[in-house]
Design a protein around this ligand. Structure first.
Ligand code: NAP
Length: 284
């Protein structure tokens, strides 16, 4: 029951009506028996400054940040955590005694997915498909975990090279056209293959990155951060090829649980969160 003591959390963005976070977070909060509530709050670009001040004034202990505010919110915060600073995007803000700190919990969410399935990228040869916003969190997560090598395969090498150049102070990353022979050679050596493109996501479920599966070693770990459908064509091909597969559900739940942990110190149970997420997706 919501009372005068209930602590408020939420997500700001625009549009926000499609957000899965309220269902996911409230399921975790309820299962943990906490007196908290999590709501979606539509905030347009021109209202961001007012909204941030308002959330602080209203005594929110934390909130998530989604499109289009992930970068724009940074100047309004008092501090930025290392992951968010390196990635250049904030997806969670903690408010403590009026002091606002920005975090990026996608890194933890991404890594947790693999850890939950007994896989560590440490010392592995990784191949990443795509170099957009989500890829930046993935790249930083892989670097932090001590991946041995990282190759990015894309359709647009020039654009992706800028991303690799950005991370050069931390690691030398190779960028290749994913239809080239040199990329095929990297696939042959890979131990971890990740899709961070939207290819295969609803409603375009019949598409996938142009991977030569004959070059992918059977049994390697294949991770698609898409969570709808639960098994993309890319993951189905990987499974049929004998690979260990993982979709983006753990990442989504993991980033949410990590934000709540930062705000409150409580580790929410992830299974009820995942169940709520699946139910929402079924009803969409
Ligand atoms: P983004 O910033 O738009 O980046 C997408 C990347 O995929 C870019 O490198 C883009 O290449 C490439 N790409 C897009 N369409 C393509 C096409 N038709 N053919 C070839 N390459 C294409 O998107 P994002 O924010 O990184 O998100 C990517 C996916 O990850 C989405 O499906 C999203 O739902 C999912 N995601 C999941 C989670 C999770 O928690 N599980 C979190 C974040 C994102 P160009 O630069 O050439 O356009």
């Amino acid at each position: 029951m919501i009372t005068g003591q209930t602590k408020n959390f939420g997500v700001i963005g625009h549009p926000i009506g499609h957000s899965l976070s309220p269902a996911m977070q409230n399921a975790g909060i309820q299962a943990a028996g906490l007196d908290c509530v999590y709501i979606a709050m539509p905030v347009e670009e021109e209202d961001l400054a007012q909204a941030v001040t308002g959330l602080k004034t209203l005594g929110f202990q934390g909130f998530n940040v989604t499109i289009p505010h992930k970068q724009a919110i940074m100047p309004f915060l008092d501090a930025i955590d290392e992951d968010a600073r390196v990635i250049g995007a904030v997806n969670a803000v903690a408010i403590q005694d009026g002091f606002m700190t920005g975090y990026n919990t996608d890194v933890v969410g991404f890594l947790q997915g693999m850890h939950n399935h007994g896989f560590s990228p440490a010392g592995k040869h990784a191949v990443l498909l795509g170099a957009g916003g989500a890829a930046r969190a993935i790249i930083w997560g892989l670097i932090k975990e001590g991946v041995a090598s990282l190759t990015i395969g894309v359709r647009n090498v020039v654009k992706a090279q800028a991303v690799a150049d950005y991370f050069r102070p931390y690691m030398q990353i190779q960028v290749m056209d994913w239809q080239s022979w040199e990329f095929r050679r990297m696939l042959i050596q890979s131990q971890l293959l990740i899709n961070s493109t939207p290819l295969g996501m609803e409603p375009n479920t019949l598409t996938m990155p142009p991977i030569d599966w004959a070059a992918v070693p059977a049994g390697i770990f294949v991770y698609d951060i898409i969570y709808t459908p639960a098994e993309t064509m890319f993951l189905r091909m990987a499974r049929e090829h004998g690979c260990q597969t993982l979709n983006g559900e753990d990442m989504l739940v993991g980033q949410g649980a990590e934000a709540f942990r930062i705000w409150t110190g409580h580790q929410l149970p992830t299974e009820p969160m995942a169940q709520a997420l699946r139910k929402c997706l079924e009803n969409q």
